[in-house]
Design a protein around this ligand. Structure first.
Ligand SMILES: *[C@@H]1O[C@H](CO)[C@@H](O)[C@H](O)[C@H]1NC(C)=O
Ligand SMILES: *[C@@H]1O[C@H](CO)[C@@H](O)[C@H](O)[C@H]1NC(C)=O
Ligand SMILES: *[C@@H]1O[C@H](CO)[C@@H](O)[C@H](O)[C@H]1NC(C)=O
Length: 342
């Protein structure tokens, strides 16, 4: 059944800086099975992973939906044959593409453990990095300090820059996080690291998880927020899945990618939404990171042997997602009707 709701005279203050958004898509539990595809190709980042299809994932309980939750995980029961592609895991991407708007990702558990490299991100369906990539949740291992902070980043073709504030100056123009390298090009991209460990890894899980928000605007750029469920600062419109959400009610973003030195319309096209979970590979498998992590232990495991031979180490390698929502921007000064599945 469909309800037709009309948003009545939205307060229009700071029309440029604090837009208003209306709910257009919402996913929880089973809805992921319909609107996302399970991808099975070789990991483009060379992780020790074997991405399985939806039927296999359901049969092995690597994907599960119930009680309004959606769970996707790596296998934690089998030793992997060295000749196999890697540990069974899941990577999904949205069937539809999304332009300007707001993505809300409400997570109660994210994958952690030695070698793990989980991410929630959006990416061009075209030839990367043309068309851009936006990382909303990303990090490696999630086991302790140095291996546990969330990284918000953009990846583009050369020419999109996020200059840092001069040393000693207030850096809030890039958000409350720590701005890393300013050049958004290629593999490393321009990242902003959250100062708080609560948005990634074991600290995130032990704290009961939280809500990530990514706002995308070709004229204003990208901003990203995170609030733990229990923080008291989580805006009620975001938490409650309101039909209308308002940016002016939210705190300062952790990451703020502004348009001053990047023509967003040139570097970003419409994106698919992706959730993945790989092990090792181009970032998580870098030898100096692996060696310094404490994970190789007395047996001095290589990362690939560790992944293959220690299924019991992967019990915490799962996503538990409460909801994901997409909001469209309400044109400034406008009034608009939204349809909602009931
Ligand atoms: C997983 O996500 C990250 C997002 O930052 C991406 O760079 C990487 O290519 C993805 N890996 C796989 C295997 O999909
Ligand atoms: C499948 O996974 C879900 C979520 O973790 C869990 O609640 C359920 O008990 C599992 N089912 C089986 C048969 O193991
Ligand atoms: C930076 O500016 C913001 C907003 O004006 C302010 O809230 C914050 O306290 C300032 N931080 C420092 C370190 O000066």
């Amino acid at each position: 059944m469909f309800l037709k709701l009309c948003a009545i005279s939205l307060p229009i203050f700071q029309p440029v800086l604090s837009a208003t958004y209306t709910l257009s898509r919402s996913w929880s539990g089973e809805a992921f099975y319909n609107d996302f595809e399970w991808q099975t190709f070789d990991d483009p980042t060379h992780g020790r992973v074997n991405y399985v299809d939806q039927d296999t994932a359901k049969a092995q309980n690597l994907s599960w939906a119930g009680d309004g939750l959606f769970v996707m995980r790596a296998d934690a029961s089998k030793v992997v044959d060295p000749s196999a592609r890697g540990r069974d895991s899941v990577r999904i991407h949205s069937k539809d593409l999304y332009g300007d708007g707001v993505l809300v990702v409400d997570v109660s558990h994210m994958p952690v453990g030695c070698a793990a490299w989980p991410a929630v991100w959006t990416c061009t369906p075209g030839s990367w990095p043309t068309g851009g990539e936006v990382d909303i949740i990303e990090g490696i291992y999630g086991i302790r300090s140095g291996y546990s902070n969330n990284l918000f980043s953009l990846h583009t073709d050369p020419g999109c820059m996020m200059p840092q504030s001069p040393p000693g100056q207030n850096r809030t123009d890039r958000g409350s996080g720590v701005a890393l390298q300013p050049d958004c090009r290629g593999n490393v991209g321009c990242g902003v690291k959250d100062d708080s460990g609560k948005s990634f890894g074991r600290d995130f899980n032990q704290n009961g998880g939280g809500v990530f928000v990514m706002r995308r605007s070709m004229t204003r750029g990208f901003s990203m927020w995170f609030w733990p469920h229990n923080s008291g600062h989580l805006p009620s419109d975001v938490a409650g899945g309101s039909q209308i959400i308002m940016e002016s009610l939210w705190s300062q973003p952790i990451a703020n990618f502004q348009p001053d030195n990047c023509d967003f319309a040139k570097y970003f096209d419409k994106h698919e939404i992706i959730i993945n979970l790989t092990f090792g590979g181009d970032w998580a498998g870098r030898d100096e990171l692996w060696q310094a992590s404490g994970c190789p232990g007395d047996l001095k495991w290589t990362i690939n042997d560790f992944v293959d031979k220690n299924p019991g180490e992967f019990f915490e390698a799962f996503w538990e997602i409460r909801a994901m929502r997409w909001y469209d921007e309400v044109p400034a000064g406008g009034k608009r009707c939204a349809r909602r599945a009931n």
